[in-house]
Design a protein. Structure first.
Lengths: 226, 430
């Protein structure tokens, strides 16, 4: 995944779409204040400077899907693992809620079900039937909309072909109005994400930890340069 | 000497086992109430979820982990100290042996229970064994703690067998308990030689196991990427801290037993003076490790580590941090140098126990409050559920000890007798 920070407007559509697609439950105002809100896709904003010279920056944070994930090795029951596609997957029925993966994630993108999940009543009908509804006491996380990848793979297999670049789009990328999020196969040199990840603007979060994140950011350009 | 004579001689140790006055009930009943209350609190948390605690994002490991490390630390006193003292033939350790080994077993029962409270799905705890993933430090923990628990239970039991043999003769009403436990002990020459061999093996075996346990407990933190946890000296630092709090716990327990059961003849100021010197050694070791750990981080630490360090030294956790330094060093150090009397030891040991609990707190929580990336920030305040569980654990620990002292002698009779004979032998030899 590549996220172009130059294009991000901070509209939070990705956060909403992700919640809708993946049945991410609502914590409610009171619980959110205690730090129980879940954001598989989280949008961080930062205000710089004081009026009138104010600058605002945005950073959408999904799971980084590290190539060397620190979270998977610490799980005592192997409830999380890096799958062959490179996605750090969570096996919900296996998870017993030790939360060591949460504490060992330097990006703090793993979330725990502190209570039984809940949704507003009129929202319940809109839940995605393709996605497991997590129970209380287990950990959950962004998985690049793995259900969409599965579907595309099945289609491709039926038609006896490889998945085309841009065929799979996670909910966040699909909904982004400014088209800031790109998704594809980083191993495929012809893909758009591969090209963008080699851009001079590309960087990754906490690269020095050696986790090899698979989410690349493209930093903002210097607009004053014209 | 026959059992009658021994029993009369050690009357002071045996009588408290049969008498239960109002003081006994005044201790046991409140403790049981607190313990049952914590069971209710656990039921509440189990039903509603871990959200009933003060935990959240990103502070996801808190008081339960603090208690876990703390109790496992206390457990180090026992088997380790009594094994080392036995191997080195330090006779002054004899009256502490039994109490120390019992502290180990009960603290080891209390410590890992916290992991059960901490799990999102507590009933599935056995999956750790069923679906073991050997790269996880938690699994190493599970393995080491289970081994240590088994070995220290055997250690406590084997060292009690001759005494149980005596009890079987003395208390006919409790034969149902003592007869199977005594394993047919009659004190023949052959039995003594087997016992000696087993104790020898156990003493040697228990030392590396005990060290491994707290090493691995420290690695649960040290192997992680959290700032200020990822430290190479965490293993010895934790082991030293564990033995430190453990010795303090033994001193508090034995002073209490001495007072309640009038064991002044067996636990003399001389014994406590030596225990105080041992405690003093560990005071110095602890302060050395603490200093080395924090100075290294302060000099070479990256921004994430420094943020945590300053939150401990001058920031949000400064109060707790400096209380810890005061309780673990500033108060006990002069007392242990100049005044190794019983009240002095009691005061410094209680300070150390509380201080070491705070130490675990200031190691675990601040790192969660300041993770590497500057966006996920949270706060933590323990909820009533967590405090109830902590109180329940302390109550359960004390209760187990009180009940133990009603069924088994808290000072090893056969070892005291043996030591006395050896002393007499020396006197005659000269």
């Amino acid at each position: 995944m590549v996220i172009d920070l130059d294009r991000c407007t901070g509209c939070q559509a990705c956060v909403v779409a992700c919640r809708q697609e993946n049945n991410v439950s609502f914590a409610g105002e009171k619980e959110a204040k205690l730090g129980r809100a879940k954001f598989w896709m989280n949008l961080i904003s930062e205000v710089k400077g004081t009026y009138p010279d104010v600058e605002m920056r945005f950073l959408p944070i999904p799971c980084m899907q590290c190539d060397h994930p620190p979270c998977t090795i610490v799980c005592p029951v192997a409830a999380t693992y890096k799958n062959p596609e490179g996605i750090v997957a969570q096996v919900y029925p296996r998870c017993i809620g030790v939360r060591m993966c949460i504490s060992n994630c330097p990006y703090t993108v793993r979330y725990f079900n502190w209570h039984a999940p809940s949704w507003p009543d009129d929202y319940k009908r809109g839940r995605n039937p393709d996605v497991y509804k997590r129970r209380k006491g287990i950990t959950e996380k962004c998985n690049f909309c793995i259900q969409r990848i599965r579907k595309a793979k099945e289609n491709a297999k039926r038609e006896k072909r490889r998945i085309r670049d841009g065929e799979v789009i996670p909910a966040c990328a699909e909904t982004c109005p400014s088209e800031a999020i790109y998704f594809g196969d980083l191993n495929e040199p012809k893909s758009r994400v591969y090209r963008l990840s080699k851009s001079r603007r590309a960087f990754r979060l906490l690269e020095d930890l050696g986790t090899e994140p698979k989410v690349y950011y493209l930093k903002e350009g210097e607009w004053n340069d014209g | 000497m026959d059992s009658e004579a021994i029993a009369r001689k050690y009357d002071r140790i045996l009588t408290p086992m049969t008498r239960t006055g109002w003081k006994f009930w005044a201790t046991v009943i409140p403790l049981s109430v607190i313990f049952l209350w914590s069971v209710l609190a656990f039921g509440w948390q189990y039903h509603w979820g871990l959200g009933e605690t003060g935990m959240g994002h990103p502070v996801s490991w808190t008081l339960y982990l603090v208690n876990f490390v703390f109790f496992i630390g206390i457990s180090h006193a026992g088997a380790l100290v009594s094994a080392v003292l036995r191997i080195t033939h330090a006779g002054w350790g004899t009256p502490f042996g039994r109490a120390a080994e019992a502290v180990t077993v009960f603290a080891l029962a209390a410590g890992p229970t916290n992991i059960l409270f901490d799990l999102g799905r507590s009933v599935r705890f056995y999956w750790v064994a069923l679906h073991a993933q050997f790269k996880s430090p938690l699994l190493w923990d599970f393995t080491c703690i289970m081994t240590y628990f088994t070995v220290s239970l055997i250690f406590l039991y084997v060292l009690m067998v001759p005494d149980i043999g005596l009890l079987r003769e003395r208390f006919p009403g409790r034969r149902w308990l003592y007869r199977p436990l005594s394993l047919g002990w009659t004190g023949t020459e052959k039995q003594w030689s087997i016992l000696g061999k087993i104790i020898g093996i156990l003493c040697v075996a228990v030392i590396p196991i005990a060290v491994s346990v707290h090493t691995v407990v420290s690695w649960v933190f040290g192997m992680q990427t959290q700032p200020m946890w990822h430290s190479t000296i965490f293993a010895p630092y934790f082991v030293v801290g564990a033995i430190y709090s453990g010795i303090a716990a033994i001193i508090v327990v034995t002073i209490a037993l001495r007072k309640v059961y009038h064991l002044e003849n067996y636990l003399k100021p001389y014994h406590f003076n030596n225990m105080g010197l041992l405690l003093l050694t560990f005071t110095l070791l602890w302060v050395y490790f603490t200093f080395a750990e924090h100075l290294t981080v302060g000099y070479g630490g990256g921004p994430a580590e420094l943020a945590v360090l300053w939150s401990k030294l001058t920031g949000k956790y400064a109060l707790l941090f400096w209380i810890m330094v005061t309780l673990c060093f500033v108060i006990p150090f002069p007392i242990l140098i100049f005044k190794r009397t019983l009240p002095g030891l009691l005061v410094s040991s209680i300070c150390i126990i509380i201080g070491m609990w705070i130490e675990r707190y200031t190691i675990i929580i601040p790192s969660f409050i300041e993770p590497r990336l500057p966006y996920a920030r949270g706060d933590y305040m323990p909820s009533w559920v967590e405090w109830s569980m902590t109180a329940g654990l302390l109550a359960g620990f004390t209760l187990a000890f009180v009940l133990f002292s009603k069924f088994f002698p808290v000072i090893s009779i056969w070892e005291t007798e043996k030591e006395e004979k050896e002393k007499e032998g020396h006197a005659k030899g000269e």
